[in-house]
Design a protein around this ligand. Structure first.
Ligand SMILES: [Zn+2]
Length: 465
C-alpha cells in the first residue's frame, strides 16, 4: 500500500464535542454511549473493545459489522448495566477513545469550500494559496486570487471532540507509525503515511505530540494509559543509546558526560528553564502594553529593549543547546542502534534515520530555537531551524498535522523573506503540496490542494506548533 492511500474509514459508536481548544470529559462520552440505542452488532463491538479480543473472528470488529446496517431495526436498544457496567464502560472509554482540541482545519476548510463555494479561509491565508499558480488550469479555474478576496465566510465551527471508533481502536501503536489518522465530520480516517508492505501491520501514534519526548517518558505514558511497552525500532534504538554511556569519556566536555538519556534530560531541563523565563516576559511589546497605552512610551520602549536583550540571550543559549544535541546524537554508536532497530518492529532505518529518531526526543528544544529566532525577526535562522524540525518530523511523524503545519510555516517564512514568487517560496509551495497529498490522498486535485492549504494556513494561525 502506497503513502496517501486510505487504510480505513471508521464510523463512531459515539462522539461528543465541546468548544474549540478543549476536549470533552470522558464522562460525557460514557453518557453518550449509555444513551445511544445500538444494534446487536454495535453492542458486540463495544464488548469486543472491553475484552480487546474478538471471539467470533476478525469480522466482528470490522467497520462493516459495526455499522449495523445488516441488522435492520431489529433489537436496536441501549446497552444494559448487566452487559456493560460502569467499570467496563470507563475501561473502554479510557483505552479506546480518541480526542482532539479541534477538527482538522485543512479538511474542514476544503469541505466547506466544496459544499458552499465560499472562501474557506480568512484573508491572511491568501498569499499561500493555490499550488500551480502558473498553470493555465488554476488561473481559469476561479479558485485562485479572485476567490480569496471575497468577503470572508466564517469557517465551519471548530470544536474539540472525543469519540469511540471501534475499528480504528483495533490499530496498534508505534513511535514510528506508518499511518496517520484524523477526523472528517464524525468519521475517523486512517491513511498510509509511508508505503506499507503487504502483510505488515498498520501502526498509528497513540501519543500525539508526546511521541516527540524521550523514550523513558513515552514508555511511561504507554504503560500508564494502555498497559504495554513499545518495542518499535525507535524505542529499541533509543533505549540502547540510553543504556550505553557515551564513548570516548576522555573527550567529554562537561555537558556530554553520561548516557544519551541523561544528556537529553539536561538539555530539556534547560529548555524548560528558558520557557519559564519567556513566560515571565511581557511579550510581545506592542500597543497593548499598559505603559504604551498610558502614554508612557519611554517606559514601554525601555521594557521592549530589555526584553530584546533577554530574548537575544535565550536565543543564543537555545542555538548552542541545539548544537549540543547534535553532538550528543553524533556520538551515539549508531551502527549498533541501527542494527538493533532493524531487528525490531518497523525497523527500516539506517544510521541517518536513527539520528533523526534520537533527535526527535529533543524536539521541544528545536521548537524553542525556532520560536526565539522568529521572536527576534531572525528569519534566516528561523528557516534553518525549521528545516531541522521538518527533517525530524519527516523521519518520525510524516503526514501528521504537525508535519503539515511546520511545512506551511516554512512556506510562510520563505514568502515573508522573498515574496510569494521567490524561488524558495515556490519550492516550499511544492513541498506543501507533497505533504498535503501524503496526508489527504495522492489523487487530490490542484484545486483541492489549494483549499487544503488555505485551511492549514488558517489552522496554523489558531494552534501552537
Ligand atoms: Zn516505540
Amino acid at each position: 500500500m502506497a503513502a496517501g492511500e486510505v487504510v480505513l474509514v471508521s464510523e463512531p459508536l459515539a462522539c461528543v464535542s465541546c468548544a474549540f481548544g478543549a476536549i470533552p470529559a470522558p464522562e460525557e462520552l460514557a453518557q453518550a454511549i449509555r444513551d445511544t440505542p445500538y444494534t446487536p452488532a454495535q453492542r458486540a463491538a463495544l464488548l469486543v473493545l472491553y475484552s480487546g479480543q474478538d471471539e467470533d473472528g476478525d469480522e466482528q470488529a470490522g467497520g462493516g459489522a459495526t455499522d449495523g446496517t445488516t441488522d435492520g431495526t431489529a433489537d436496536v436498544r441501549r446497552v444494559t448495566e448487566d452487559e456493560l457496567d460502569e467499570w467496563r464502560l470507563f475501561g473502554i472509554v479510557g483505552c479506546n477513545s480518541f480526542g482532539e482540541e479541534f477538527n482538522d482545519f485543512a479538511s474542514t476548510a476544503a469541505r466547506a469550500a466544496a459544499a458552499g463555494g465560499a472562501s474557506p479561509g480568512p484573508a491572511h491565508a491568501a498569499h499561500a494559496a493555490p499550488t500551480t499558480d502558473d498553470s493555465p488550469s488554476s488561473s481559469s479555474g476561479g479558485s485562485g486570487g479572485s476567490d480569496q478576496r471575497q468577503p470572508q465566510q466564517p469557517q465551519r465551527q471548530q470544536a474539540g471532540h472525543l469519540g469511540l471508533w471501534p475499528s480504528f481502536s483495533m490499530l496498534n501503536h508505534s513511535d514510528l507509525p506508518n499511518a496517520v489518522n484524523y477526523v472528517v465530520a464524525d468519521r475517523m480516517l486512517v491513511l498510509a503515511s509511508r508505503s506499507i508492505p503487504r502483510g505488515s501491520e498498520v501502526m498509528i501514534n497513540y501519543l500525539g505530540r508526546g511521541s516527540l519526548r524521550p523514550v523513558e517518558e513515552r514508555q511511561a505514558a504507554l504503560a500508564e494509559g494502555y498497559q504495554f511497552s513499545c518495542d518499535c525500532a525507535r524505542c529499541t534504538a533509543e533505549l540502547l543509546c540510553g543504556c550505553a554511556g557515551t564513548d570516548g569519556g576522555g573527550g567529554g566536555s562537561g555537558s556530554g558526560a553520561g548516557s544519551f538519556a541523561e544528556g537529553v534530560q539536561a538539555l530539556l531541563g534547560r529548555c524548560e528553564e528558558r520557557a519559564q523565563v519567556l513566560s515571565g516576559l511581557n511579550l510581545p511589546p506592542t500597543a497593548a502594553d499598559p505603559a504604551a497605552e498610558s502614554g508612557n512610551t519611554g517606559e514601554a520602549s525601555a521594557r521592549a529593549s530589555s526584553n530584546l536583550e533577554v530574548l537575544e540571550r535565550l536565543f543564543v543559549q537555545a542555538r548552542d543547546d541545539v548544537r549540543v544535541l547534535d553532538e550528543l546524537v553524533g556520538r551515539q554508536p549508531l551502527d549498533a542502534a541501527a542494527a538493533a532497530a532493524a531487528g525490531a518492529n518497523g525497523g527500516t532505518g539506517g544510521g541517518t534515520a536513527v539520528r533523526q529518531w534520537l533527535r526527535a526526543s529533543g524536539f521541544d528544544l528545536l521548537s524553542q530555537h525556532v520560536a526565539l529566532a522568529e521572536a527576534l525577526g531572525r528569519w534566516e535562522d528561523a528557516g534553518a531551524a525549521l528545516e531541522q524540525q521538518l527533517g525530524v518530523c519527516e523521519a518520525v511523524a510524516p503526514s501528521s498535522d504537525l508535519h503539515m503545519y511546520l511545512q506551511v510555516k516554512r512556506l510562510s517564512l520563505s514568502q515573508q523573506a522573498e515574496g510569494p514568487d521567490g524561488a524558495t517560496a515556490r519550492v516550499e509551495l511544492q513541498r506543501c503540496a507533497g505533504v498535503l497529498r501524503g496526508r489527504y490522498g495522492q489523487d487530490c486535485t490542484d484545486e483541492t490542494v489549494g483549499r487544503l492549504l488555505q485551511g492549514a494556513v488558517y489552522g496554523l494561525s489558531q494552534v501552537m506548533v
